[in-house]
Ligand binder design. Structure first.
Ligand SMILES: Nc1nc2c(ncn2[C@@H]2O[C@H](COP(=O)(O)OP(=O)(O)OP(=O)(O)O)[C@@H](O)[C@H]2O)c(=O)[nH]1
Length: 413
């Protein structure tokens, strides 16, 4: 995690004009800020259009209806219309707010328009200086332009206003000096404020990216841990070879069923299944084939069970099953179905496997029993009886009649 985050940090260095040094990161930042920049530019444009038009009233008051006023009015309307046009365009295409060309054309129009008022009203020095300071602050604070461009436009504004005043207004040297000092202060303050704002925004953006990266990595680690836990749980509860419950897990599930059976006074039958002559099969075909047969028999057993029945590997080639809500008769019929199915079992690529069979022992948990041991022992005894009676059969242990009864006597082999 540390390396990903430190990589992200290394990419967030800022250059002298407070943009990310990494171009792709700067592009991402610009994309993220696009709507905000477009909105900010629109406010600036609407305000500029309004101010330009509003000042035509002041022009009229000062100049009266005449040629100078006419020219001023034309200039003001032209600038205001350009501002409105760009503002409308950014509504449809917010990306325009970050394009140098449209923003700089508007800057040129507004600033030049502002300067043209000087020769037309050369005696209004105070108003010109105030307008210039106001325009300069607007450039720094409200026009979403890149810092070098903003510096360039301020330089244009300052030099233009000074030149115009030198040419058209008879400004006293000390007033000119005060004006220049004022412009210097405004530009210094504007630059500092803008770089500080830019840095703050980008640092916040970088922190957000870093936080997102940490979150992503955390999610990945949580997911990996969840998968690992799932695998461990699976390994702790499942027999690797056959995929059914291992002995410990089987008894956890079977004991839960026993508690339910005792609580609800419902029957619970137990069943032991053992593959016949498995040693012979192992000796003849090898352990690998023996393993495949074990897995196939486990699958076969599972396929005849009801949803509520439980199966586990007891050990070696022996399986243990629990049939909730099943009396001896039901359990015997499931056992018989299982035995029958195993006799039809084949392995796809082994033709001469010979007949497979299992012997099944069945018992039930008696009313007075609170543990599975007794029923398991009786199922095991029934299984043993089945083996001695010739295998490939289902034998039921019924303690009430002290009998081990074959469900159906099948030919042993
Ligand atoms: N391939 C394989 N064989 C196993 C595994 N576990 C136990 N066995 C073998 O299963 C065989 C069990 O043999 P026995 O207990 O004599 O029983 P059997 O040959 O099936 O004879 P009956 O049960 O009397 O019909 C032994 O040869 C064990 O080595 C296993 O996981 N894989």
């Amino acid at each position: 995690m540390a390396s990903g985050v430190s990589d992200a940090k290394a990419n967030t260095r800022l250059n002298w004009y407070s943009e990310f040094s990494e171009p792709t990161l700067e592009a991402l930042f610009q994309r993220t800020m696009q709507t905000h920049h477009a909105c900010q530019l629109r406010y600036a444009l609407w305000s500029a259009a309004g101010l330009f038009l509003a000042f035509s009233l002041a022009d009229y008051a000062l100049l009266g209806m005449g040629e100078a006023y006419g020219w001023l009015l034309v200039m003001r309307v032209a600038v205001a219309l350009s501002c409105v046009a760009l503002a409308m365009a950014t509504l449809k295409r917010p990306a325009l707010a970050q394009r140098p060309l449209p923003v700089n054309v508007i800057c040129l129009l507004c600033l030049t328009g502002l300067m043209t008022t000087i020769p037309l009203r050369p005696d209004q020095i105070g108003i010109h200086l105030a307008s210039m300071i106001f325009a300069s602050m607007v450039l720094y604070l409200f026009v979403p332009n890149r810092f070098p461009w903003i510096l360039a436009w301020n330089a244009y504004l300052a030099s233009g206003v000074v030149t115009a005043m030198l040419i058209w207004s008879s400004l006293a040297p000390e007033l000119m000096f005060t004006g220049l000092l004022l412009m210097g202060f405004v530009n210094m303050l504007g630059s500092l404020t803008l770089t500080r704002l830019d840095r703050l925004q980008r640092n916040q953006f970088a922190s957000l990216l870093e936080e997102r990266e940490i979150n992503r990595q955390l999610h990945r680690e949580i997911e990996e841990r969840r998968l690992l836990e799932e695998r461990l749980r699976h390994m702790a509860t499942t027999d690797e070879l056959t995929g059914i419950a291992n002995r410990r897990h089987f008894f956890e599930l079977a004991n839960r069923e026993l508690s339910r059976a005792l609580r609800e006074r419902t029957p619970l039958a137990m069943c032991m299944v053992d593959i016949d002559h498995f040693k012979r099969l192992n000796d003849r075909y090898g352990h690998a084939t023996g393993d495949r047969v074990l897995a196939a028999v486990a699958d076969c057993c599972q396929s005849v069970l009801r949803d509520t029945d439980i199966i586990g590997r007891y050990g070696g080639e022996e399986f243990v099953l629990a049939f909730p809500n099943a009396n001896l008769h039901t359990a015997a019929s499931i056992g018989e179905r299982l035995r029958e199915k195993v006799t039809q079992l084949t392995l796809p690529d082994i033709d001469d496997l010979g007949p497979l069979s299992v012997t099944v022992g069945i018992s039930r948990v008696e009313a007075h029993e609170v543990e599975l041991d007794g029923a398991l022992l009786r199922a095991d005894q029934a299984l043993y009886a089945g083996k001695t009676r010739g295998r490939n059969r289902v034998v039921v242990a019924d303690p009430q009649v002290s009998l081990l009864t074959d469900v159906k006597v099948s030919a042993g082999h």
